[in-house]
Every structure is written in structure tokens, then in C-alpha cells.
Design a protein around this ligand. Structure first.
Ligand code: HSE
Length: 344
């Protein structure tokens, strides 16, 4: 049976997951028994489509988007459709929630996710707003309805850090972590080390789909802080918020700062550091001078990495892509496959 997928948002991640689904359709069917159809897409500026009856195909979606930059050439396209129309009328099994991140309110994503649960729809999101602000409430609502609420893509894009921390390292006793969790700032610092200036490097990060719609969240450290909050709350059950994070960005850093660190045999990296030993995790974000032999010192460009300190294994480090269209799109796929396996 085909899994019916609805998407809220057709920006970087929406386009990324659509291209992956399109390219991998046969492999997903043969290797995982995963067959799907798209029953609705809400695109804020690119038009929307409701295809509850017949479903639309990724080839049609990409044909419309690649030829005219929007979804309006599709059967069932209607620029008047709202996100709630898609959630309530598409008959989806899984909602991919990819609306723009709002780290102050988590909206409108929180309302979209709750509306999906009301319709008995599983939710996969990469949106840090609702997960940083309402993770426990949304997980409880999902559990009450025996639905899945998965958000692997909210931290380190498709690199499986949430599954690693909660599944594979369960029982290892994670006491703290430190990580490079923002691709944009790591990309900017890498380009500045190569001699580029700050504004040019930021513009490049935007073009490559790494930066947030409002890159202030990246460069001031709020995006990394949100990821620190998500991991800390998930691992401890606490309810820390962004206001609890001591946060410094990189907008004040100069090429001279980077050069001076290099002369001392160090490198500047924006780290999220969290101590999970107390009831209330202590989280900080900011540029740190790292010795070159730290595993995190070698992480360049939009790559991310995190080291978990554990009681049983000592330090465990994972690195991988931390931002990007298909890099984050892959996390949406991994979560959908998990739902498919659990409910198949
Ligand atoms: N803007 C984010 C980053 C995207 O640069 O890491 C991935 O969350």
C-alpha cells in the first residue's frame, strides 16, 4: 500500500526530500517495501497542491518547479490553499512539517503538528522551533494517539545524532556533550580561514541552502542554542529554553582573530557545550579556541560533529553533514522509513 505523504513547506528541505524520493523510488520499494504518493504540498510562496484522490508524482512536482519555479502547473494546484487545508483534507499518513523556523514561538509549526495529530497523522519535522519549545508536549500528544513524532533532522541534518544519543547510546550514561551544531557558522569560519571576508562567506552559505531564512539565528548562535536545548531536553527530560543558554555569536569575529588563534596552534570553532549532570542542564554556545588535536578541530565547511561524554564508553564522536537541502531531506526520509517499519 502506498504511504500518503503531505508536505508543509517547499523550501530547501521540501525540495531536497522531493528530489531524494524521486531518485530513490525504486530502491526504496525494493529494499524497504516503501511505496508512496504525495497527497498535498503547501508552499508559502510557490503555490500549493491538494491531490487527495489521485496523489501526485514527484516527477510532476519537479517538472513544475524546475520549469517555472513554483507548483502551479500541477493538477490540483491552487494558490489559495492554506497549510491547514492540506493537513485536514489530504488524507495523509505522514506529514512532513518543514515550515520556516520561529525560535521565539515555535509557530505556526506547533499548531500544524497538533492539527496533524488530530487527524491521526504521524509527523516528521526538521523544524527546530516546535522541537526546542514544545518537544515534551508534542511527544505526549503523539503517544496518546499512538502516533510517531520524529525530528532527526532538527539536529545535524541527516547525520543520525538523535537516534545515536537516544537509541544506540541508551544506557551508556551521557554526562555531557560538546559539538559543532551550526553548519553556516562553521562554513563561514572555514571560508574566513581561507581568506574570504565575512559577508561574502555568509552570502555563499545562503546560496548553498545552509543558512536559515533569517541568518541572524545562525550567526548569533541561536540556531546552535536551539539544537543544544533539543538534545539536552531529550536526554534529560528537562524543559530548558533558549533563555537558559549563554549564547555568543560570530558576527564580531575578524580574520585577525582567526589568524591569531592559528599562530597559537589553535582554531576557532562555535561550540555548543552542555553539562547534563544537574537537574537543569547547563548549556552554552560561542566561539571557542580549540587545540588542533581535538576531533572537532578538523570539522570544516557545513559539516557538524558532536562528542558525547559517556560513563561507560568515554567520549563518542560522530561527524557528518549538518545543513543543506538533500542533507536535511535525508533525515526526513530516515524518519519516514522508521515510521514505515514500526507500522508496516
Ligand atoms: N541553518 C542551519 C545550519 C541549518 O546552518 O546549521 C541546519 O539546521
Amino acid at each position: 500500500m502506498k504511504i500518503k505523504i503531505a508536505m508543509i513547506g517547499f523550501g530547501n528541505v521540501g525540495q531536497g526530500i522531493t528530489r531524494i524520493l524521486h531518485a530513490e523510488r525504486q530502491t526504496l520499494l525494493i529494499d524497504h517495501g516503501f511505496d508512496f504518493e504525495i497527497v498535498g504540498i503547501f508552499g508559502r510562496s510557490k503555490g500549493s497542491v491538494l491531490a487527495a484522490e489521485k496523489g501526485t508524482d514527484t516527477s510532476q512536482v519537479l517538472k513544475s518547479f524546475d520549469s517555472q519555479g513554483d507548483l502551479l502547473a500541477l493538477d490540483g494546484a491552487d494558490s489559495e490553499l492554506t497549510a491547514m487545508d492540506i493537513i485536514e483534507r489530504s488524507g495523509a499518513d505522514i506529514l512532513l512539517e518543514m515550515s520556516p523556523t520561529d525560535l521565539e514561538t515555535g509557530q505556526p509549526a506547533i499548531d500544524y503538528i497538533k492539527a496533524a495529530f488530530k487527524q491521526n497523522v504521524h509527523v516528521v519535522t526538521c523544524n527546530k522551533g516546535p522541537v526546542a519549545l514544545a518537544m515534551h508536549e508534542l511527544l505526549e500528544l503523539a503517544e496518546e494517539k499512538e502516533l510517531q513524532f520524529l525530528f532527526e533532522g532538527s539536529v545535524m541534518a541527516g547525520s543520525p545524532v538523535i537516534n545515536l544519543a537516544t537509541q544506540n547510546l541508551a544506557g551508556a550514561g551521557i554526562t555531557s556533550f560538546k559539538g559543532i551544531l551550526n553548519g553556516t557558522t562553521n562554513f563561514i569560519l572555514t571560508r574566513m580561514k581561507q581568506g574570504a571576508d565575512y559577508q561574502a562567506a555568509l552570502a555563499e552559505a545562503k546560496d548553498l541552502g545552509y543558512a536559515e531564512a533569517d541568518p541572524t539565528n545562525d550567526v548569533e548562535g541561536y540556531d546552535a542554542a536551539a539544537k543544544g536545548v533539543i538534545l539536552s531536553n531529550l536526554l534529560t527530560g528537562a524543559e530548558t529554553t533558549l533563555n537558559d543558554v549563554a549564547c555568543t555569536g560570530i558576527s564580531h569575529l575578524t580574520i585577525e582573530d582567526i589568524e591569531s588563534a592559528r599562530e597559537k596552534g589553535q582554531i576557532i570553532k562555535v561550540l555548543v557545550e552542555a553539562d547534563l549532570c544537574e537537574a537543569m542542564p547547563e548549556i552554552s554556545v560561542g566561539p571557542v579556541h580549540l587545540p588542533l588535536d581535538d576531533p572537532l578541530a578538523a570539522i570544516n565547511g557545513a559539516m557538524n560533529a558532536i562528542t558525547f561524554e559517556t560513563k561507560i564508553l568515554g567520549p563518542v564522536t560522530i561527524s557528518g553533514p549538518g545543513a543543506g537541502r538533500e542533507e536535511t531531506g535525508f533525515a526526513m526520509l530516515a524518519d519516514m522509513l522508521q515510521i514505515h517499519k514500526m507500522n508496516g
